[in-house]
Design a protein. Sequence first.
Length: 170
Amino acid sequence: MLSKTMVDALNEQIKVEFESSNIYLQMAAWAAWKGYEGAEAFLRAHSEEERMHMMKLFGYVGETGSLAVISAMEQPKSEFDSLASMFKQILEHERFVTGRINKLVELAYEEKDYSTLNFLQWYVAEQHEEETLFSSLLDKIELIGHDGRGLYLIDRELGKQAAAHAAGGE
């Protein structure tokens, strides 16, 4: 049985993961609006992945005999200055999520809740992957540039990554 403190913290993380899904879905809509088809597909896939993260937490809380609660969320930002600025915001958001996961791990350790500590290790590894991915994408944007050709190449690369993800390649 989870402590009330742990249940509350996990329910808050459910909210964070659901918000992440909504943020990426809204970003996908902006990308489509701006003609970035590859970015749209990439962000839609990431939205689904974040929803899966939320559902994994939701299931775990329920499996422990606790009540998973979905709380109110903020409306995500809907417009961005550029593709590069949007991906900078994504990296910042992923770093925020990493901090949240680390706090959950600390809490599980403090409470000697080894089952939750074990469960959270998947999220620790996942956040490392997310930060690495988005940092790499930002590096590529800076390397290729922000002009029309550079953005075209980045959008094409994002489309390839989305297709590989859909095919089970990532």
